[in-house]
Design a binder for this molecule. Structure first.
Ligand code: ZN
Length: 113
């Protein structure tokens, strides 16, 4: 089972996603991070629908959104349904986000809560 993570600075506690080399807190220079699962409930901040997908996709469009998790971390991923509204509650899952030619990639897929 694939899993997505956020990274907690061991010096100041700031959460990051994706992973950074140096803490993004301007008052901190931490370089060590604790890896924590990033999953569960989240809220949709904004989204877009992308047409003209690269060759190999078997869909006319894909929906992409940016969500905020309950711990404050923001992340982007696909949305697996079409009646989307900003601010709605979602649940994150992890799955193959590229269905086209080449290797599979794992990423967030957001579903209705
Ligand atoms: Zn820090």
């Amino acid at each position: 089972m694939e899993q997505m993570y956020c990274y907690k600075c061991t010096k100041c506690g700031k959460l990051h996603h994706p992973h950074y080399v140096v803490c993004q807190n301007p008052d901190c220079d931490g370089r060590e991070f604790e890896k924590l699962p990033l999953e569960g409930k989240c809220k949709l901040l904004t989204w877009t629908r992308v047409y003209n997908l690269p060759e190999g996709y078997m869909k006319p469009w894909l929906n992409f959104g940016i969500v905020q998790f309950e711990n404050g971390v923001k992340a982007s991923g696909q949305i697996d349904f079409d009646d989307i509204e900003n601010g709605m509650e979602l649940v994150s899952t992890v799955g193959v986000v590229k269905e086209g030619i080449g290797s599979d990639h794992y990423g967030f897929i957001f579903r209705k809560a």
